[in-house]
Unconditional design. Structure first.
Length: 167
């Protein structure tokens, strides 16, 4: 025990935590390999590769990486990567649709992630960059994605011109 009566081995350095981090690293590497296997033969980059090419080296912090539908064997990852990075030293919010997951189509989870990013960017007064690679929207579960998809395209509306868009 140390001066604070805490055990010497903390949760951050425990064997269970180390094993969990190793498993997450393997899962992440496998997911990125699968995405690359789908995108590279088409001459395209993965969503994360596009973001890494855009932002300053080692500046991207992904938000909501493990948001998706369900857990376990039936889990489906999110079809959009969201987070914050820097370009030329300036902070930006970035989202990139992942065509390797359901053709990059937006569903409820993806729409919610984008709307949250837009809200955070507006609160922080930073620009948002969207990298679009999508086949459209998924209309399952009684048209639920419509709300999120609509919100993601109208969220900047309270400050017209604040988020320039490029087609």
């Amino acid at each position: 025990m140390n001066d604070l009566t805490m055990p010497d081995a903390t949760m951050a350095t425990s064997a269970a935590t180390s094993a969990f981090r190793e498993r997450i690293a393997r899962v992440d590497a496998l997911a990125e390999e699968r995405a690359a296997a789908r995108q590279h033969p088409k001459g395209k980059h993965t969503a994360r590769e596009r973001i890494e090419m855009l932002v300053d080296t080692d500046s991207f912090l992904e938000i909501g990486r493990y948001s998706g539908s369900g857990a376990g064997e039936g889990a489906r990852p999110s079809g959009v990567v969201t987070g914050f990075g820097q370009i030329g030293g300036r902070q930006v919010a970035v989202y990139s649709q992942d065509f390797s997951v359901s053709g990059g189509a937006l569903g409820t989870v993806e729409g919610d992630k984008i709307v949250r990013l837009l809200d955070d960017a507006m609160r922080l007064s930073i620009p948002v960059i969207g990298l679009i690679d999508s086949g459209g929207a998924r209309f399952r579960r009684e048209w639920q994605p419509c709300a999120s998809t609509g919100a993601s395209s109208t969220a900047p509306a309270p400050r017209p011109g604040w988020y320039p868009r490029s087609a």
